[in-house]
Ligand binder design. Structure first.
Ligand SMILES: [Cu+2]
Length: 301
């Protein structure tokens, strides 16, 4: 990602290897596909258990769909590489066994090293999420072209019994992409430099999950503003961990969201109107803006 990376070799007797692997109660499949002649060059589909494989001809999303898991529930995710090049998928921020963490040639233990996923092959990542929160899955192949071409997505872990509420749980993924931009790579929000407005309701609480999976935007500023001034939101979580009560405060909605970071906020607007969610790279002045349009319930119904 960015900055110093430290690897550790732990010597001595390995006691964890003897632990039986928990039986998985859920199986998902992640299909990594090409998008011939299009930007981004690659796309991801998630296949839920017992559902037929997605049709190859159906359009691929610009950002990998959310992979939604449950804390404490063992899961196997079969990552299927339909690309013409090797790849690997890393489960960023989640604690799991090194071998399954998607860092080829580096992760693993005394007996085995994580392999690359070669074209036409697949790799089963086993995990049992220990924390509920917002994480990221992304390519960990040594080629920036993969992470700026759609091989990433949100990884959401819910508490047991909780259901993902798409109406009130909103995911905003900031990334880079090869869209026409005089400065090279464009700053994207949910896979596009010009995101379409999102319509929300006044008087209802929303959870906003912000993710920075750019290649290197360490100083990206994110703000939510009304008429040029930041509104206030409540800080909930950072990097997949709930904030302690002393830090879970209401504050002006302007934050630095560095590369590889996730942050969750709670927001409610009691007045109709248009708010501006913006990602800004201060050094290059590249930005991406999304309009959040709040409407009264009666107005929409
Ligand atoms: Cu990462």
């Amino acid at each position: 990602m960015s900055g110093l990376v430290l690897g550790i070799t732990v010597e001595g007797e390995n006691t964890t290897l003897r632990k039986p692997v928990a039986l998985s109660s859920r199986h998902l499949r992640l299909h990594l596909r090409e998008r011939p002649g299009a930007w981004p060059s690659f796309g991801i589909e998630v296949q839920e258990p017992d559902s037929p494989p997605p049709k190859v001809e159906s359009p691929l999303p610009l950002v990998g769909p959310p992979v939604i898991l449950t804390r404490g529930q063992p899961v196997e995710i079969d990552v299927v590489n339909h690309l013409k090049e090797p790849t690997a998928i890393h489960w960023h921020g989640m604690e799991l066994e090194s071998y399954y963490d998607g860092v080829p040639g580096f992760g693993g233990d005394a007996l085995r090293t994580t392999p690359a996923i070669l074209p036409g092959e697949s790799f089963i990542a086993k995990m049992k999420p220990p924390e509920a929160g917002t994480f990221i899955y992304h390519t960990h192949w040594h080629d920036e072209q993969q992470v700026v071409n759609g091989l990433y997505g949100p990884l959401i872990v819910l508490e047991p019994g909780e259901k993902f509420d798409a109406d009130h749980d909103k995911i905003f993924v900031f990334s880079f992409g090869k869209f026409l931009d005089p400065l090279g790579l464009a700053l994207l929000l949910n896979g596009t430099p010009q995101p379409f407005q999102v319509r929300l309701r006044t008087g209802e609480k929303y959870r906003f999950r912000l993710i920075n999976i750019t290649a290197n935007a360490v100083d990206m500023e994110v703000s939510l503003s009304s008429c040029g001034a930041p509104v206030e939101w409540k800080k909930l979580a950072k990097d997949g961990r709930d904030l302690p009560a002393t830090l879970a405060v209401t504050a002006p909605a302007r934050e630095v969201l560095t590369v590889g970071e996730t942050r969750d906020f709670e927001f409610q607007s009691d007045r109709p109107g248009e708010l501006r969610l913006e990602g800004l790279l201060p050094r290059s002045m590249r930005r991406v803006v999304l309009a959040l349009v709040f409407e009264d319930k009666e107005h929409r119904d």
